[in-house]
Ligand binder design. Structure first.
Ligand SMILES: *Cc1c(COP(=O)(O)O)cnc(C)c1O
Length: 386
């Protein structure tokens, strides 16, 4: 058990996730696949998956098979895809749990087919094409072979090619020509799959950035991670709601004179008599050290600087003349409505992405995570016109 008087608290507002799911679904006629990898970007996979499904998502997606099986283990029955597996993975558990699997290589197809044979059930695959980022899809020169192999395994009754997927690397910039190139390659890959005799029902290429910037990439399914959590590409005006708020109780306070050195290597020296407040979390809990010297937190309605080096377990805030007392709560980040820093501020301070900050905080064993429930979905079908 964490000591409650010392425990930072990460609150996840499921109503924000619900609202974001509805907002993002409304941008497209394609179905929405909610990406809940990395414990739903640190927000809690079970809670987020249920919320997204309740508010319009039609599919769930994870990176690893282990993550997908955890979703099934929590009793969620919705269509579910995982896209990062090895060519020697035992896909038996995937087939038994009705988890769709992305296949970027012939070896993956063979491993999936072996699992189908062993379980006596047809496996569902989504062929994964590289459309220009040289990461996890099949390169164009191997795509034909992959499609023909999938067609053979279909005829043998072992697999069903439920989908074709690709992923865009530069869609956060609507002017980047690589997005158009990626779309062309994707269309070519789908056409080639059809010529091989495959009938992929789901064709999916866009993630959050492409959903918001490039409508022609939507196909009939969009895979949405960041946007669900209120993280959108810069320059778009869709009002997404950040879902996390991180607070921590002040552990102790001390009044110090001017010229007091603070923390490791005396990374800060006070320039006036002031009050220092200690917070019980540090880089071991996901606060990026790269933000030191820039980070601020909200104390009694005012931004106050974090001073000195971040320690693994603690940081020090210069609260100035605020009469802060041990035990009172300080806000490290939130939606920004009360002037508190946001995930975006932390990402800028640490010169990283908001994604990296929220996945790290969500993993922190010493931070308690609590979920605030979503409001019920507006039940339009119950409204009787006058
Ligand atoms: C993480 C991931 C996504 C989600 O991307 P966002 O930009 O967070 O929406 C979609 N597809 C794949 C293959 C991914 O790895």
């Amino acid at each position: 058990m964490n000591d409650p008087s010392l425990c930072p608290l990460l609150q996840v507002d499921l109503d924000a996730i619900a609202a974001n799911t509805r907002q993002l679904s409304a941008l497209t006629t394609a179905g929405l696949l909610a990406v809940v990898k990395a414990d739903a970007f640190g927000h809690g996979v079970t809670e987020v998956a249920r919320t997204a499904l309740d508010h319009g998502a039609v599919f769930l997606g994870t990176a690893t098979l282990q993550e997908a099986l955890a979703v099934r283990g929590s009793g969620i029955d919705a269509p579910l895809l995982c896209w990062l597996t090895g060519p020697f993975t035992d896909f038996g558990p995937a087939v038994r749990a009705r988890v769709d699997v992305a296949a970027p290589t012939v070896r993956h197809l063979d491993a999936v087919a072996a699992a189908a044979r062993a379980t006596g059930r047809r496996a569902r695959v989504h062929l994964h094409a590289d459309v220009g980022m040289a990461r996890d899809g099949a390169p164009a020169e191997l795509w034909g072979v992959l499609c023909r192999h999938a067609a053979r395994l279909e005829r043998a009754g072992l697999i069903e090619t439920a989908g074709v997927m690709g992923h865009l690397g530069c869609a956060d910039d609507p002017a980047d020509p690589h997005t158009g190139d990626g779309l062309t390659r994707f269309r070519r890959a789908v056409a080639q799959a059809r010529r091989a005799g495959l009938r992929p029902v789901y064709r999916h290429l866009a993630a959050t950035a492409a959903l918001m910037t490039s409508p022609d990439t939507h196909q009939n399914l969009v895979r949405i991670g960041a946007g669900l959590y209120g993280i959108g590409p810069s320059g778009t005006d869709v009002p997404l709601r950040p879902a996390t708020t991180l607070t921590a109780p002040v552990t102790t306070v001390r009044d110090v004179p001017a010229r007091t050195p603070v923390g490791y290597h005396h990374g800060h020296i006070t320039d006036r008599p002031t009050r220092l407040a200690l917070l019980p979390l540090g880089y071991g809990d996901g606060l990026p050290r790269a933000a030191q010297g820039r980070a601020q937190v909200l104390v009694r309605g005012r931004l106050r600087p974090v001073v000195g080096e971040f320690s693994m377990d603690q940081i020090v805030v210069d609260v100035g003349d605020a009469g802060v007392e041990p035990g009172e709560s300080v806000t490290l980040l939130g939606p920004g409505r009360r002037g508190e820093p946001t995930l975006g501020h932390w990402a800028a301070w640490a010169r990283t992405l908001p994604h990296e900050i929220c996945t790290a905080l969500g993993r922190a064993a010493r931070i308690e995570r609590r979920h605030l429930p979503a409001q019920a979905r507006p039940a339009h079908h119950l409204e009787i016109p006058a």
